[in-house]
Write a protein that binds this ligand. Structure first.
Ligand code: FMN
Length: 195
């Protein structure tokens, strides 16, 4: 099997982000399954709020971010739940990407919430992936009650940790899956071509 490269984008900029911790665990599992991995920590990228009138090359580190995502065979998107959806840093990063970064790629989803399960954040990320013609893993990881889910940077619940690790393994396992026919949402996505 050709080497698989898995890239994870962490949608929280917080120093103690639990989303980042969880994505790191998923990437560890992907590495154990034979992949090379990279965590994209958006704190390290200068990403101005997206402006469709500005070329990506003129928008801070946006072109660098897109290049990193393009290198991936499989992508993990991780986000905290913000106001019932996924976070604005992740949205900004995704808006700088398009079909070249996502089309026919395998994507795994992970979301973290302070309250109950972040189902809507996962659903909204899944919708974005449909509009970009990515193939989203059926398995997804949801971490509720984030303040009590980790102690000293470690998962409290081994079953939850296993769900997260499974996300990383599945990303490798299905990285080369045959693409689906184009989604009807992508047909309307006039902003995703030739960014
Ligand atoms: C602006 C904002 C909005 C939030 N909205 C929700 C929400 O709608 N539902 C929820 O359960 N938690 C919500 N939270 C809590 C975060 O999802 C939770 O603290 C999460 O752990 C943050 O992820 P992080 O540790 O990776 O930064 C919100 C937090 C912030 C800062």
């Amino acid at each position: 099997m050709a080497a698989i490269h898995v890239v994870a984008i962490a949608g929280s900029l917080r120093e103690q982000s639990t989303t980042r911790i969880a994505l790191q665990r998923a990437l560890e599992a992907a590495a154990d399954a034979g992949a090379s991995t990279e965590l994209i920590d958006l704190r390290e990228y200068d990403l101005p709020i997206f402006d469709a009138d500005r070329d990506r090359e003129e928008a801070g580190d946006a072109a660098l971010l897109a290049a990193r995502v393009r290198e991936a065979d499989a992508i993990l998107l991780g986000s905290p739940m913000y106001h019932g959806s996924y976070s604005s840093p992740l949205k900004t990063a995704l808006d700088y990407c398009g079909f070249d970064e996502f089309r026919d790629k395998t994507v795994g989803l992970l979301a973290v919430s302070g309250g109950s399960f972040p189902v809507t954040a996962l659903e909204h990320m899944r919708s974005v992936c449909r509009a970009l013609n990515a193939w989203v893993l059926p398995h997804e990881a949801a971490i509720a009650n984030s303040h009590s889910a980790f102690e000293d940077g470690e998962f409290v619940d081994p079953d939850l940790e296993e769900r997260v690790a499974t996300l990383g393994r599945r990303a490798v396992q299905y990285a080369t899956i045959e693409p689906e026919p184009a989604s009807f949402e992508s047909d309307q996505n006039v902003g995703a071509e030739g960014k």
